[in-house]
Every structure is written in C-alpha cells, then in structure tokens.
Design a protein around this ligand. Structure first.
Ligand code: PRX
Length: 658
C-alpha cells in the first residue's frame, strides 16, 4: 500500500528518543501501576466497571456489555442515570458547591465564573424553561452557540430532561445548520444574537433565521444575548430571550430524568466519505463512563485541578473534554472564547499563568503556530503550574512535540498524544502518562481495555512498521451506537469492511491509516476517506465539491488536502469550467462565497486551480490520488490509466502559474 501520508508526519522516532514520564509526575499520577494493562485484559469486559463506578447510578446496571446484537453493542444495561446529575448535582451533595465548575474567559478580557452551585441554578432554570417550551424526553434540541457559558448550560439542561442535544459548531453556515436540524428532526433551537469574529460583531441570529427559512417545521428558538447593544436584535414569533426565560423560571428546579444507560445523550454530525453528514449517536452511561475515566487516567485530572482544553465545544473534543469529562469529575474547566493570537500571541499563556492551569489540552495545529511564533511568547509567563500537556486531532510530528514539551511543559510535564474520533466518543489510543514511555510522533498503545490492530485490505495484521488500516478489535463504552436514523449506514461505514458477520466477528474501521511498532505504539498517518481534518473539525471533500459545483460556470470540481509547510492541511480545489482554463477572478469569488454559505468559512479552499477538465480514468472516475499528489508537489505516479493524460500537463502549468 502506498504511504501517501508519509509527508504529514516526520517519520516515527527511533526508540532512543523516547522519554520517560517525569518522576515527580509519576509520584502523584492517578494511574501509575503498569499492572493496569493486565488487569483490564484479564477481566475484559468487566474491567470497564471501573469506569462506570466513577458515576452515580440511579439504578445499578446488571450487565457490563451486551453483544448479542453486534455491532449494536449495549453497555451497562439495566442501569439508569442522568448526565446532568452526574456533572452537577452530585458535586453539590459532596460538599463542593462553592468549587468553581466553569471559568470563562471572553474574547475581550471579560471573565465569568460559575461555581457548581451557580451551574446547578442555571441548568435547572433553563431545563424548566425548555420544558415549558414543550421539550420532552427524546426531543432533539439543536444548540448553535459560540464558546459562551450558555452552551454547556444548554447541553446540561437538555441532559437533565432527557432531551438529546445536537450541537452545531457556531462557525458552520445556515445551510449546514438547516441540514443538521432537518436530519435530526429537531424543532427547537438555542442560538444567540451574535459573537465576535475577527474583531467584528458577527450576526449569528440572522444566520439561524436563514436556516429556519428552509425548514418545514416551526422552530421554537431561544436567543442568548451575547453582544447587547453592540448588535441590537428583535425577537420574532416563537422566539424567546434566554435571560428572560431564566428570570421567569428563577429558582425553579427540575428533577433529573432517570435515563437508561443506552438512551441517547447527544447527536453530533460529522463528515464522512459521502455528502450527507453523519449523525453520530452517543449513549448516556457508556459515553459518560468512558470520558470520565479517560479524563482521569489519561489527562490525569483531579477534582482540585484547573483544567483547560482549548478546543471548541462545537466539536467532539469540547463535548467530551471541556464539558462532560471534567464536570463529571467535579473539576474546574476553563472555557475560552477567543483565538490564541488576540490581543497578542501570548494570550493562552497569559490565561494559563493567571488561572494557574494544571492540565492543558490542545491540537497540533495550534502547537505548530506557537512554534512558528517562537518561545518568547510562552517565556513571558509563569507556566510552572502545568503538570500535564495533551494533544489531539491530527498527527503531531516529533518537532512540534518536542517544542511543546520543552517550551510549554518546561520538560517537566508528560505529553499525551491522544487518538480518538467523534465516533469513539473518548480517547482510545494514548500513553498512560504515569506509566508509559512517550515516543514523540507516535500516539501510543491502545488504552487498557481497548483492542487495536493495524491491518491490510484483508484484515490481516501488518508487520511492525508497515502501513495499514487502523481498526479497533473490540467494542468500548464510549463508542457510537449508530448513525441517527441510519443503522444500515452505520454497519456499512464502520463495520462492513473488516468484519465477518457469519462468524460474529466484528471489527471497527476507523478510516485512518497507521503503523504500529514492536511495542504496540501506533503512529497515525492520515485518513483513507475523503475527509480533511481542518480548523478543528472534519470536512468532507464531497460537501465542499457540491458547494463549488453549485456555482454557475463550474462543470466539475475535486477537492483534496494539501499538507502545508507548517503541517496544517490546506484545502485545494480543482475546478473544471468545461473548456476554459484561465483563472477567473469572479468565478473564484463566487466559489468562495458558495462554500462559505453552504458549509462555513473554515471550508473555504485556500487554493483554486482552474482546468478545462479533471483527469479521469477510462471508466470516468476522477483520479483523486493524482490530484492529491499534484497538490502536494509529490512525484506523479502512473498516469497510463487516464483517459485524458494531457490534462495533467495543463494543470501543472496552471498550478505553477504558467
Ligand atoms: O484522522 C484522525 C484524527 O482526527 C480524526 C477524527 O476527527 P474528529 O472526529 O473530528 O475528532 C477529532 C478529535 C477527537 C481521526 O480519524 N486524529 C485525532 N486524534 C489524532 C488524530 N490523528 C493523529 N493523532 C491524533 N492524536
């Protein structure tokens, strides 16, 4: 198999560059006994009781794992619980009511603090309001909010009344919002007037209104007033102001609804190979157990910590590791609304310093920017409060890894490179920071209880160092339960490729390629499907292509990822105009506009190459691999299968500015 993603990571690390966990870290780590791996192995799947037992159950579960209907696995069945009760109420009962739950840092230096008691009040009042608006257990509530405290409050209020939430990243477009609401059959929306985007007051409400225009259902809408006089707004019919509702239900409490362990806690749409976004369904018991356990075991978070995951709650990382994981543990979770470079490039370090953050979790793309900006920014601040650093979302090469370890962690904090996905719900591959050696560039071994295999097309494990498909060989508690309304697609997308249903052997296909070394450490290479990891989320090339071909004058398009020098993935679009190949400024503008309006600004191509035709095989399939190679300045493979080989020369001339 061609290792097309080799360029994305510097090659894995010779073993002699591995690092041991710092001693003072190990001494206090939540998990420091290597026996944990064997203990989990020896008692699988009962080992996962350890995770479930960190939660408060209304009714104890009687079965850890039911696999009769695989791959529709069921975890902790017979048990009932409520996620909001686990993340809020029980900390009040355990005497932590005045402990800070959320420390919010606004873009312009505003600050808000919610103790667990404050959070309890807010969640209850908003839950009462949602009920009054007719939301019942099982109704999907869509939340379209930027990084403001009302976002986790809305999520927890939904969880409290048993209404699954469907959070749509605030930067996605009206069309994307409408598609997701429609697919989820969601008739209630929580949004805001607007938020700050690159210094401007951006009107989120008008975007939500546009989405609603294309929905058949009458959508009831709650509007949070984020910008006040900066962006005055008027409420229409079926629209309520969040603060007014809170006031109306001031002091009200709502009993948390007992949910079955397998009941849906939330839905999260993510991109797949084909155009329609997939509604990933997460359960209540298994999901919460898995995120709580990994927050403790992998991120080493303690209730007394100030913990900061600098992601957006609009993606899975924020759901699991800004909201549910840390709040389930009763810790202080930091939420930051702004960007790392505003007002200056030391903003994050200023926040770490001022809040004495213990654990910090971010993405390689951010780390590469920090590295580019230079160590003078972290050097301006006292970062000695940090105890552990984490990374997630893309491969991190040894260079950024070492930079992070040295300049942020002062060589005293272990770095956990955590591999997981929207679908896995929580971390599945990572070192245990108090146990394992770190190998910069490799994520690590499968966590205790998780089964990983890197396999060839036939599902046979490849030799150490060989590239193959990353699969998970056993179910795990945080796993997606299905795709909303599409059980068939769930089986098809994740299980069909490497499973043997007749033998009742099931294996999850992650969609990533990877290598594994002799010690079982997995190095992720990239995705096999047409998905680009960009801007903290996942984008489907097909979705972008369809927005491009919506533009008059465009015949066809093909979108591929280009790994930039900084290691980030840039979006590269080939556009055929059916004859003409001259770059057309107006067409370019329309394309960018169309993509922004269909998906959002994060999906806008960084480069557009116009071409009379796209290179195609004789059977008419676009040769994406070739286009990807061209975008990445790779040597071109065999083009003999092309029907129109001459087009390659034209594209190359075009790309090179000829
Ligand atoms: O390609 C892998 C990459 O991100 C994909 C999952 O994206 P998403 O569902 O948006 O969730 C991102 C955050 C959990 C994976 O299929 N990925 C995630 N973590 C890593 C990674 N690639 C390399 N190393 C990681 N640590």
């Amino acid at each position: 198999m061609v290792d097309r993603n080799e360029r994305e990571t510097d090659r894995p690390i010779p073993a002699d560059t591995s690092r041991s966990p710092p001693e003072q870290f190990v001494e206090q780590a939540n998990v420091s006994d290597p026996a944990i791996y064997d203990e989990f192995e020896d008692s699988w799947p009962a080992c996962w009781e350890r995770a479930a037992d960190r939660l408060s159950w209304r009714e104890e579960y009687d079965t850890v794992l039911e696999d009769e209907d695989a791959p529709f696995y069921r975890w902790f069945t017979g048990g009932t619980l409520n996620a909001s009760e686990n993340c809020v109420d029980r900390h009040l009962e355990s005497g932590r009511k005045n402990h800070v739950a959320i420390r919010w840092e606004g873009k312009h230096g505003e600050r808000e603090t919610y103790t667990y008691r404050d959070l309890y009040v807010a969640v209850n009042e908003f839950a009462a309001a949602l009920r009054e608006l007719g939301v019942e257990a099982g109704d999907v509530v869509t939340v379209y909010l930027p990084m403001i405290p009302e976002l986790p409050i809305a999520m927890l209020a939904c969880a409290r009344i048993g209404a699954p939430h469907n959070v749509v990243f605030a930067g996605l477009s009206a069309d994307a919002l409408a598609t997701r609401m429609d697919a989820a059959g969601s008739e209630i929306l929580v949004t805001c007037d607007g938020y700050y985007r690159r210094g401007d007051a951006f009107n989120q409400k008008s975007r939500a209104e546009n989405a609603k225009l294309s929905l058949e259902a009458d959508v009831r809408t709650v509007v949070v007033d984020r910008l006040g006089a900066q962006l005055p707004h008027v409420l229409g019919e079926d629209e309520w102001d969040y603060d007014d509702l809170r006031e109306e239900f001031s002091g009200e409490t709502v009993d948390p609804v007992a949910r079955e362990s397998e009941d849906m806690l939330f839905l999260m749409y993510t991109s797949g190979t084909t155009g329609d976004p997939k509604g990933v369904v997460h359960s209540t018991g298994g999901y919460l157990a898995h995120v709580a356990w990994t927050t403790r075991a992998v991120l080493d978070v303690e209730p007394e910590d100030t913990y900061w995951c600098a992601a957006d709650i609009g993606w899975i990382t924020g759901h699991s590791y800004i909201v549910y994981g840390p709040l389930a543990l009763g810790t202080t979770t930091v939420m930051y609304e702004g960007t790392p470079d505003y007002p200056d490039r030391d903003r994050l370090w200023e926040i770490v310093d001022r809040n004495a953050v213990d654990v910090f979790y971010t993405a390689p793309t951010a780390i590469r920017s920090f590295m580019k900006w230079g160590e003078k920014y972290p050097d301006r601040h006292d970062l000695s409060s940090l105890r552990l650093l984490g990374t997630v979302g893309e491969p991190i090469g040894p260079r950024p890894w070492n930079w992070y370890y040295t300049h942020v962690g002062g060589e005293e904090c272990p770095v956990v490179d955590t591999w997981w996905q929207t679908e896995t719900g929580a971390v599945t591959i990572s070192t245990l920071p108090g146990v394992d050696e770190m190998k910069p560039g490799a994520a690590g071994p499968a966590l205790p209880g998780i089964g990983v295999a890197v396999v060839d097309e036939n599902g046979v494990s490849v030799d150490p160092g060989e590239t193959g498909y990353l699969t998970l060989t056993r179910p795990w508690p945080g796993m997606l339960r299905t795709l909303y309304d599409s059980d068939d697609r769930f089986v098809e997308e994740y299980w069909a490729q490497f499973s043997d249903p007749d033998a009742n052997e099931w294996r999850y296909a992650s969609g990533d390629t990877a290598t594994v070394d002799e010690d079982g450490y997995v190095t992720i290479l990239g995705r096999v499907d047409d998905v680009i990891n960009a801007g903290g989320g996942r984008l489907s090339t097909m979705e972008i292509e369809s927005a491009i071909t919506d533009v008059d004058g465009v015949a066809e398009s093909a979108v591929v990822g280009r790994s930039s020098d900084s290691g980030d993935t840039k979006i590269y679009a080939y556009v055929s105009t059916g004859g003409r190949s001259e770059a057309n400024a107006e067409l370019r503008r329309l394309i960018l506009e169309s993509v922004e309006s269909a998906i959002g600004p994060i999906a806008k191509p960084h480069e557009i190459v116009f071409t009379p035709e796209l290179p195609k095989t004789r059977s008419g399939k676009i040769m994406r691999r070739l286009l990807e190679d061209i975008a990445n300045d790779e040597e071109l493979g065999d083009t003999s299968a092309l029907r129109n080989p001459e087009i390659v020369g034209e594209i190359l001339t075009d790309r090179d500015g000829g």
